[in-house]
Design a protein. Structure first.
Length: 92
């Protein structure tokens, strides 16, 4: 929570953090899905929830809760983001 608080104090509106140590591969898989859902227009809360559901669906019985359930949104989870491709930025 201290690291999340530091980001919030520095101006971040929300932080996705883990409550416990999580396997690196599981985290990478979950975060890839999370950012895909953010890019698709979901809010931070919705994107994390959908990424967790995807993880459970994709890994079935191997999707033990200690691999996905420790992540939470701290702060404002209602934010939506717009993403630009690198090509779009270079044409300005």
């Amino acid at each position: 929570m201290n690291l999340a608080r530091a980001f919030l104090t520095a101006g971040a509106r929300s932080v996705v953090a883990s409550l416990w140590a999580v396997d690196d591969r599981s985290t990478a898989t979950l975060m890839e899905s999370f950012y895909g859902h953010l890019k698709g227009g979901l809010t931070v809360n919705e994107a994390l929830r959908q990424a967790q559901r995807d993880f459970i669906k994709d890994y079935g019985e191997k999707a033990r809760p200690n691999l996905w359930a420790g992540f939470e949104v701290i702060g404002d989870g209602t934010k939506r983001f717009t993403f630009e491709t690198p090509d779009a930025r270079s044409t300005r």
